[in-house]
Every structure is written in C-alpha cells, then in structure tokens.
Design a protein around this ligand. Structure first.
Ligand code: F6P
Length: 522
C-alpha cells in the first residue's frame, strides 16, 4: 500500500486543522506518567525546575495555551517533586508552559496549566515502572522479547502487576475521580500512554458522566503478542481501556490490532468498518491520530544563536572537504535498534573502503531507564560495538563514529540542520518524532533513512529510504543509496516530507481529537 494512503480519513467527524475552534466545552484533566516540569536542587542547594522529559511531554506542553483551565496529573518523578507535591498539599502548582516551562509567579500571565504531582511509594513505583510498565508492557508492545528465553513471569512479576501497576493505576484513578467530582462529575479526561491502562474503567465506574479518551503512544501489536501475559492480566488491561469513549493510537494499523485483540482475547463484538466496539451498552470508538511536531517552534530554535554556534562547530568538525555526516538521535532503548544501526555502518565501510575518512556517524543518545537491567546491558552492548567499528576504521586519528551520551535538545537540532542522512532504524516505534523534527529544520537536503516499522513510515515512508530493521546488509545498502543520491532527488524528497509534516502538525493532532470528543460532550 502507498504509505500516505493509510492516512486517509477515518470514520467519525472530519478533522479541523484549527485547535482553537475545537477547544473543549468541559473542564479538562490530563493524566500522564511524566509531567510538564520536574524539580531538583542545584549545587547551591536551591530548588530548580526543568521541563519533563520525553516526546509526549513536549507535544502536550505546546498545546496548553489552547486547553483553558486544564489540570495535568502526573507522578512525582524526583524527591524534590515529592517535596513540592507535599508543600502544595491538595492545591496544584500553576506552571507557565512557554517558552520554557516554569512555576508561575504571583499574578504572572501566560499560557498555563495546573500541575498535580502525585507522590508514589518508592517500592510501588519500582514495581510499576521498573518491572511491569518497563520492561513487560514496553517489551510486548515493541516485540522485544526473545520468546525462547524471556520473559519468565514469576510471583515477583505477578506482585509487580497487582501491587505496582494496578496499585498506581488505582491511586491515579482516585485522584482523577476526586477532580472530576469537584467539577460536578462532568469533565473531559485525556489519559496518556501505557502506564495507565486500568484507569479509564475505574474512573468511569465512579463518574459515569465523564468523557474519557485514552491515547496509546506506543505500538499496539496483534493478539498473539499479548498471549505472553496470562488471561487474567491481559483481559484486565483490555477491559480497563474499554472504560474510555475513545481509544486512540498513532496509526491505523495499531487501531486495527486493538480491535482484533478485543475480538480474539475478550470475545466482544467489534465493527471493523466503523472501528467501534460494543461493551456494557456503550460504544467505544477506536481511532488514529498521528502525533507531530510544532514546526514554528523548531524553526525558531534552529534560528537561535545557541543552535547557530553548534552548527558552525559541527560543520567545522564533520563537513570539511565535501565530507558527509550521518546522524542518529535516540534514547538508549533496545527498541531503537542502535546496535544493528552501527553494524550496518560498519558493513558500509567494510564494503566501500573509499568512504572511510569521508563519512562520519554522529550518534546523540540519551541514557534511558538505567535502573532496568535490559537497558543498562544495552548501553554496554552499544559501547562495545562502537569500539569495535572505530578500531577497524580509524584513519589518521579520526574515528568514524562519534558516540555522545547526552540529552541536549538544542544540540540535537543543530545536528538535524547539518546532517546528510538521518538514520531511524527502530524495531518498532509508535511514531518517532525525531524523523519529523529533522525534516523541518534540515538545511542540506538530508535524506531520511526510516524503518518501515515506525508509525512515521506510514506518513513519510514514500519519500524516505526505507530500512528493514533486522537486515544489517539492507541497511548498509540503504545508507549507501542515501549517500549517493543526486542533489535533485534529495531536494525533492525532503521537500515532500517537510510538506507532509508541516501540513499535519501538532495542533492538528489535538484538534482532530477534540473534534471527535466534542460530539460526545453534548
Ligand atoms: O510514549 C513513549 C514515551 O512515554 C515518550 O514520552 C517517550 O518517548 C518515552 O516513552 C519516555 O520514557 P520514560 O518516561 O520512561 O523516560
């Protein structure tokens, strides 16, 4: 199928590109694991605040100005967050969301959101986040288990589900229900991601007049993948989601897989044409809305002095004498397939020795979930692979791979601007915003080398060079194709990708959801 055909209109109301027109008529309550801000202490012991991490937070932050008096519930992520939560008692902290999120001073004007941080018991959080959400749910939904050996579900995992995952979900549902009741039982509740599959059902039981949407930001695989979990767990997860009015995904494929799961694993009636499920005398709609980026904000950042300084440095370092730069920007997550990406680059240099010394690979990797053993092992594996390739191909003191373990968004944007090829070879990715960010700001007619198993491929695959994530030889060949592509062809493809991203931006993502939800608010 033509990639863009899959983005055709879905059943339901037509989308509105104007988020302001679609602003909700009900008070809005958001729930996500990470919040818009997180607190810490600097070297002088003063409290400091920074933006919460992750693509989901970035996407939602830019939209706060359209959301009226929204409250955003999240987990207290640090000790200092917990201290703030205690000080604030039951009164949420007011946060100004742009240009950099910060706690509002008395009387300060600006786009804002009330942040309600929930303190979670440490042991419960470890079970909820470090055992059940990551790796179990994350690994199932990204197809990361080597099933001959893992997972091995024992009493510890059962406990992590009941005590950790279900426990934290109930704690969040209690807080949501309290806030809904404070609003006379009528509110629009937007639940985000895989951490909270049990929340919607619990809130609906207590607040039957609520309008509820649950957005799943990661892939949703078919029924067989879910058989890794015993029925009493997988059925609870599915039933929990069915407490929503709309269950939403980034792509049509994930939405279809969800329908199949409900049919096969719960035996419920589904309507594949209307994309609906009948449950307890209610209709649950299953929809897809591809998340995107804020092009204006990215262009402004790319034009900042900080980014200009970095693009100069990067150009001096990597682009002299017609040399070329391949880039990747990812969390150190096994789903990102970093190791095979480096193996492919090593293969490229082995098979095209004329490129040695002419092409560099800059990898900006943000360390992630280091308390989960699979993640720390993966970082070691990445380091060993890079050392091996650099040992084989260093020329005149110049190493072909520059691996930087950093989280520095302006620097990543500078690298997007000047690279010749962006590699996204993820094994599975709900969307992948890196591909979209790069396409908005790149200044060298860079080529997007994109895995066919990312959500972004459905929109952008036609003008990308497609990567098949398990096939290292194919990825090496695709990198060669990208590097050898004519200037005209590179220009045409990047312009097409950019037009698609700009035409379907983050505002549209929210506006389409609010349009569909508005019908249910009457
Ligand atoms: O949807 C996936 C997500 O929740 C995104 O916010 C982000 O890509 C990532 O996971 C963040 O993971 P964590 O909160 O575990 O650092």
């Amino acid at each position: 199928m033509h990639p863009q055909e899959q983005e055709a209109a879905q059943p339901g109301e037509p989308v509105s590109p104007d988020v302001a027109d679609a602003a909700p008529e009900l008070p809005l309550i958001l729930l996500s694991h990470r919040g818009p801000v997180t607190f810490g202490r600097n070297a002088d012991g003063e409290r400091v605040v920074s933006k919460g991490s992750g693509g989901l937070v970035t996407a939602l932050l830019g939209l706060a100005q359209y959301l009226g008096d929204a409250v955003w519930i999240c987990a207290a992520a640090t000790e200092e967050d917990a201290a703030v939560a205690r000080e604030a008692k039951r009164h949420p902290v007011r946060v100004i969301t742009t240009p950099m999120p910060h706690v509002a001073d008395e009387g300060e004007e600006g786009p804002d959101v009330l942040v309600d941080m929930i303190e979670i018991d440490e042991e419960r959080q470890a079970d909820f986040y470090g055992v059940f959400s990551n790796p179990i749910l994350w690994f199932i939904q990204h197809g990361l288990y080597g099933l001959a050996e893992s997972p091995v579900l024992t009493a510890a995992e059962h406990h992590a589900f009941e005590h950790g995952y279900a426990g934290v979900n109930e704690q969040m549902a209690d807080e949501l229900a309290r806030l809904v009741e404070e609003r006379d039982g009528r509110a629009l509740v937007l639940i985000q991601d895989y951490h909270f599959y049990l929340v919607a059902d619990s809130v609906r039981r207590r607040c039957p007049n609520v309008v509820l949407s649950h957005f799943v930001h990661i892939p949703w695989p078919g029924p067989e993948a879910w058989r890794v979990l015993p029925p009493w767990i997988r059925e609870r997860l599915l039933r929990g989601l069915l407490g929503s009015d709309i269950v939403a995904f980034h792509t049509r494929r994930y939405a279809r897989n969800f329908l199949l799961c409900v049919q096969d694993l719960l035996g419920l009636d589904v309507d594949p044409d209307e994309m609906t499920i009948s449950v307890d005398d209610r209709t649950v709609r299953v929809r897809h809305y591809p998340i995107s980026v804020d092009p204006a904000a990215l262009i402004a950042l790319a034009d900042s002095q900080e980014v200009h300084r970095s693009t100069d440095e990067l150009s001096d370092r990597f682009l002299n004498s017609g040399n070329r730069l391949i880039l990747r920007v990812d969390r150190t997550d096994p789903s990102k397939n970093v190791v095979r990406g480096f193996l492919a680059f090593g293969t490229l240099l082995d098979q095209h020795p004329e490129l040695v010394g002419r092409v560099s690979f800059l990898a900006l990797l943000q360390p992630s979930r280091k308390d989960v053993p699979e993640y720390s092992d993966y970082i070691s594996n990445i380091g060993a692979t890079v050392a091996d390739i650099n040992a084989r191909h260093t020329r005149e003191g110049q190493q072909p791979i520059d691996l930087q373990l950093v989280e520095d968004f302006p620097f990543a944007v500078a690298a997007y601007c000047v690279c010749d090829v962006l590699v996204v070879n993820a094994l599975a990715d709900g969307m992948n915003l890196v591909a979209k960010e790069f396409s908005v700001v790149n200044r060298r007619d860079g080529v997007l080398a994109l895995s066919e198993t990312t959500g972004a491929w459905e929109e952008l695959g036609q003008d990308a060079v497609t990567l098949y994530p398990f096939d290292v030889q194919q990825q090496a060949d695709a990198l060669y194709e990208a590097l050898m592509m004519s200037a005209d062809e590179r220009h045409r493809r990047l312009e097409a990708i950019r037009a698609q991203v700009v035409g379907s931006d983050i505002q549209r993502w929210l506006a389409s959801q609010l349009d569909d939800l508005r019908v249910l608010m009457r």
